[in-house]
Design a protein around this ligand. Structure first.
Ligand code: PEP
Ligand code: MG
Length: 564
């Protein structure tokens, strides 16, 4: 935390900006806990027997689950999925059984619920990755169950009576899902990283958001805040009239971005390829209507998250054809082979019981002892490419050595397709020039490249300052890779979250990156930003970003350059 002075008019807190835009209003603190007085008052609950206590648990669990379901029905997209999952967790038989056992052992109902949740938290934390991310949801379920049992209103987001900035230690999906962007003008959390639920849902709602703000939870309700989702700065006690001007300017800028319709090029006419990241047929079709020149990352593993058995080549071809078809109009689709393992467990592929799955047998490595898995997938992709006539490139995730790249390229070329590899491991970036001797293109996965360069779990909510693609070491590796592409005259794209950051996009283009692939909703803001700068400015942006000593300084340097 940086507090420039006491909590006076000029104090500034800083965090990781995750959704751009400026929002201003009084702070509204989210009450996270059930009041201790209510719990003490409830005591043991004076139940006639264990069955009565368990019956009270069932009633509370039913009500909490119903409330999640109700909110899920009002929400859409990721928020709806997460809320439905929470409804399922609240009704979970394993959770109920843990509560029942503790009650039978003489524990009071509230303590039994807390102990059962604690057990689940332990299991989820050990599993790591996406499961660890669900710990926030478990804590939310615990608070709601205990509040219901002791007869308190559920803790969480109070209804704002005027446009306010929501401030919390962390926010659960149930807190953020039903938010009205008219009344919640910005979100600030003490914890959470760029991939936390808060960030994902704020992005979906388009609410300016800064996470990982040390000191946020100590703010006082009513303090006037100006939240800048681009710089990550939160001004305390600023002048509301001046703030209104900044908010309006940011609103107009966002409206102009939304109106951008391509094609992407710098203001002096250098074309830039903007591509979409997609997960399946529906997302590919939707993205195809945006001003994109194709798909830069089709995450095939996301089609199989719920599959127990591996689909055969023909069935895979059907699935892939749905993604390729909308781009048969001359656009390209880059298909990534299975990136199963670690935070994306796939029943038929992932190795269980690894001590450290992010560094284990994931991505391309799954084909080391199961080459048929890769062969059948490549056959499926070849059939889909021939059937649809779409220009299809194929890349492998988690490539560490040139030999791996070479073996992969051979298999892909044997099927008449164009091979590339992802640059997600520092070794691949450092050897980019040699990788390009054996493949036709590279695509930098900045999410994992950042994780592995900084040795910081991309899901860890407390390491947001490290898992930041603006980190100097990450920028250096991107620059090395882009330079190798220029030397070889071969395409080098970026397909991690970094490509969706309009400011960073300018610097990436300046480094020599030839395409940017991102979630469909990020395409217009990035395209609009690029259309406002010359290619020389992009190069200057790359230079100042690379020269900066930390992420904050790099962002500030590029922002200053663009405003000058
Ligand atoms: C990345 O690591 O940046 C990437 C694009 O792959 P994923 O996010 O699917 O791991
Ligand atoms: Mg990755």
């Amino acid at each position: 935390m940086t507090v420039s002075s006491s909590r006076a008019a000029d104090a500034i807190l800083r965090g990781t900006p995750v959704v751009p835009g400026v929002g201003a209003g009084p702070a509204l603190l989210v009450r996270g806990e059930v009041s201790p007085e209510a719990i003490t008052r409830f005591g043991s609950g004076d139940f006639a027997d264990d069955d009565a206590a368990l019956a009270a648990y069932d009633v509370a669990a039913g009500r909490v689950a119903d409330e999640f379901t109700r909110k899920a029905e009002q929400a859409t997209g990721v928020a709806a999925e997460v809320l439905s999952a929470s409804a399922g967790l609240a009704r979970d038989k394993g959770l109920r059984s843990a509560v029942r056992k503790d009650i039978a052992g003489g524990t009071d109902l509230v303590a039994a619920v807390q102990a059962a949740i604690e057990k689940f938290v332990g299991v989820f934390t050990t599993m790591g990755g996406l499961m660890a991310e669900r710990v926030t949801d478990l804590r939310d379920i615990e608070r709601r169950l205990v509040a219901d049992i002791v007869g308190e209103h559920a803790p969480g987001v109070p209804d704002p009576s005027e446009p306010s900035v929501l401030v919390a230690e962390d926010l659960a999906p149930s807190d953020t899902a039903g938010l009205d962007p008219e009344l919640v003008v910005a979100l600030v959390t003490e914890r959470g990283g760029a991939t936390s639920h808060t960030a994902i849902i704020a992005r979906q709602l388009g609410i300016p958001c800064v996470v990982g703000v040390s000191g946020a939870a100590d703010l006082v309700t009513g303090t006037f805040l100006v939240v800048d989702g681009e710089t990550g700065e939160i001004e305390l006690g600023a002048d509301p009239d001046q703030a209104a001007g900044r908010v309006e300017a940011s609103r107009q800028a966002r409206a102009a971005q939304a109106a951008w319709a391509g094609p992407a090029a710098t203001s002096d006419g250098m074309p830039v390829k903007l591509l979409a990241n997609v997960a399946d047929g529906p997302t590919a079709a939707q993205a195809g209507t945006e001003p994109v020149q194709g798909v830069g990352l089709f995450r095939t593993e996301l089609c199989f998250l719920n599959r127990k058995d591996e689909p055969g080549a023909e069935e895979q071809a059907d699935i892939y054809s749905d993604v390729l078809s909308p781009y048969a109009d001359g656009r390209v689709v880059v298909v990534r082979t299975l990136d199963a393992g670690s935070d994306k467990p796939i029943a038929f592929a992932t190795h269980d019981g690894e001590e450290n799955p992010a560094l284990g047998v994931r991505g391309l490595r799954l084909s080391f002892d199961n080459p048929g898995l890769m062969d059948r997938q490549l056959d499926g992709i070849k059939i889909a490419a021939e059937r649809t006539g779409t220009e299809t490139w194929v890349m492998a995730p988690m490539v560490a050595t040139v030999a791996e790249a070479s073996d992969f390229a051979e298999k892909v070329r044997a099927r008449g397709l164009k091979p590339g590899v992802m640059v997600e491991i520092p070794s691949a970036a450092l050897l980019a020039h040699r990788m390009l001797e054996v493949v036709d293109f590279l695509s930098i996965g900045t999410n994992d490249l950042t994780q592995y360069t900084m040795a910081a779990d991309r899901m860890a909510t407390d390491l947001a300052h490290l898992t930041d693609p603006w980190q100097p070491a990450v920028l250096q590796l991107i620059a090395i890779t882009a330079e190798a592409g220029k030397q070889a005259g071969k395409p080098v794209g970026v397909c991690g979250e970094a490509a969706a950051d309009p400011l960073l996009a300018v610097a990436l283009i300046g480094m020599g990156v030839t395409s940017l692939s991102m979630a469909a909703r990020a395409v217009r803001p990035v395209g609009a930003q690029i259309s406002n700068v010359t290619s020389d400015t992009c190069e200057a942006a790359a230079e100042v970003a690379l020269a900066a000593s930390d992420p904050m300084a790099a962002r500030a340097a590029v922002r200053e350059l663009l405003s000058g």
